[in-house]
Design a protein around this ligand. Structure first.
Ligand code: SAM
Ligand code: SF4
Length: 441
């Protein structure tokens, strides 16, 4: 085996895990290829947060049931951890099944595959350390992810993550800060701290930093101009995080704080560990901050037993908070979870109806909030160029997409690009999902 192909599904944690897996494979002498047809080893890094996500990998594997001879197939990530050796039965051409808690063992598992073993597994969750590797092959030359905490110690009634990613393991603050300094030396300007519950971070070293203190320290690394973090759990969200953002403009004024439901009854049945009022207290901290903090969230509609009144409370919460954006999902029944056997499952049609109403309301809020920015100046970090529209693709500190034209640099030329630079942009147009503007020179 010399060449590998990898496809990644799901969240940013998975995207970053894949960067580490790729780095590990390259360090072992493998070469990455762009298409599965060209590869000796085909890997899928999978997501099982909802049923639809889980089915995707089996569709992919089915495509190769007959044509995959001579290749080695591996399933990594959450579906691997959840389904374990059952994957070998369902897709007999798969040779490797490994969850994220076992990635530190990848080199050893590769040796087993190379020696012809066709049933290699890494499924233990008994791992008290985060996967820390010097071999990360980062995808983006300007923005880098750093996972600071893996796993989850909560037990939300709908969620597979505690079963697929295991218990929480935080990295030491020294290892996080060393990585941040190294990234700055390499020319990265933006860092995104990652964790299923990033703010549940607890430094295992004697320095014993909590999340807000670690955030401050990363924000002070020379050369790093923007620091983001995701995802925050409301229960562990303390005001000191807002104070840190207020103190240092390098810390982006954007907080993703998933609420899931606006009804305290539903939150209790979801085992979310906070009430609507407690959640709203955190929102008030943000609204009262010195900086204008952008707030985004996740919402699940149709959790078992969600009444029309519960759902209306969620709609009313949207009006009250005025989120800048949200991810919304129909509840999906997941194996092993507490909600699996709850009565009062909501029908698919009703879930779709609620989702459409919620999304329509949020769209109107976003149109209104984005329109309020017309005429304002925003600092945009350039991520790329859109040849179809002739605009540079920028991102504001509040995490809005701000596409813009530059009078002296209308397009990339001779390998030169504005990617990785920042510009003051006057907002001239606003849609529900992005802004457009002109550079002020
Ligand atoms: N740890 C984060 C938190 O507690 O807010 C969320 C991490 S989870 C990977 C991302 C989102 O997926 C959740 O916020 C939730 O909205 C959604 N999700 C998780 N399980 C789900 C399920 N069974 N059905 C629908 N959406 C789900
Ligand atoms: Fe899942 Fe809840 Fe853990 Fe978030 S806090 S990863 S939703 S169990």
């Amino acid at each position: 085996m010399q060449t590998f192909y990898i496809e990644t599904f799901g969240c940013q944690m998975n995207a970053h895990d894949s960067e580490k897996v790729i780095g590990t494979l390259l360090s072992q002498g493998y070469t990455q290829v762009a298409k599965p047809d060209q590869a000796d080893l085909v890997l899928y890094n999978t997501c099982s947060i909802r049923d639809k996500a889980e089915q995707k990998v089996f569709h992919r594997l089915d495509e190769f049931k007959r044509s995959g001879q001579g290749k080695v197939f591996g399933v990594l990530g959450c579906v691997a951890q959840q389904e374990g050796e059952r994957i070998f039965e369902r897709a007999p051409h798969v040779s490797l099944v490994a969850g994220s808690a076992s990635y530190a063992r990848l080199p050893e598992m590769l040796v087993q595959l190379e020696s012809g073993n066709r049933r290699v597994t890494g499924l233990s969750l008994h791992n008290d350390q985060a996967f820390d590797t010097p071999f990360t092959k980062r995808d983006n030359p300007h923005r880098a992810y750093i996972t600071i905490i893996e796993g989850c110690d909560k037990s939300c009634a709908y969620c597979v993550v505690p079963f697929t990613r295991g218990p929480e393991r935080s990295r030491t603050s020294a290892s996080v800060l060393n990585e941040a300094r190294e990234l700055a030396r390499m020319g990265y300007i933006e860092i995104q701290l990652l964790g299923q519950n990033v703010n549940s971070y607890r430094d295992p070293s004697p320095a014993a930093l909590d999340f807000a203190r670690l955030l401050r320290a990363v924000g002070q690394v020379d050369g790093i101009q923007r620091v983001r973090f995701t995802t925050s759990h409301p229960r562990d969200f303390v005001k000191d995080i807002i104070d840190a953002i207020d103190e240092n403009p390098a810390l982006c004024n954007h907080v993703h704080l998933p609420v899931q439901s606006g009804s305290s009854n539903v939150l209790a049945r979801m085992q979310r560990l906070y009430t609507r009022d407690e959640y709203m207290r955190r929102i008030e901290w943000m609204k009262n901050a010195r900086r204008d903090i952008s707030i985004t969230t996740d919402i699940i509609v149709g959790f078992p037993g969600e009444t029309e009144t519960d759902f209306e409370q969620t709609l009313e919460l949207l009006d009250q908070v005025e989120y800048d954006s949200l991810f919304s999902f129909k509840y999906s029944r997941r194996p092993n979870t507490a909600a699996l056997d709850l009565e009062d499952q909501i029908g698919e049609q009703e879930k779709s109806r609620r989702l459409a109403i919620l999304q329509e309301k949020q769209r109107a809020i976003q149109v209104r909030r984005n329109s309020d920015l017309i005429g304002k100046l925003e600092e945009a970090f350039v991520e790329g160029y859109n040849h179809a529209t002739g605009q540079w693709i920028g991102r504001t500190t509040q995490n809005r997409t701000l596409n813009f034209v530059h009078p002296h640099f209308p397009a990339p030329r001779e390998g030169a690009s504005l990617a990785g630079t920042s510009w003051n942009v006057r907002v001239t147009r606003a849609g529900p999902n992005s802004l457009a503007g002109e550079v002020v020179v």
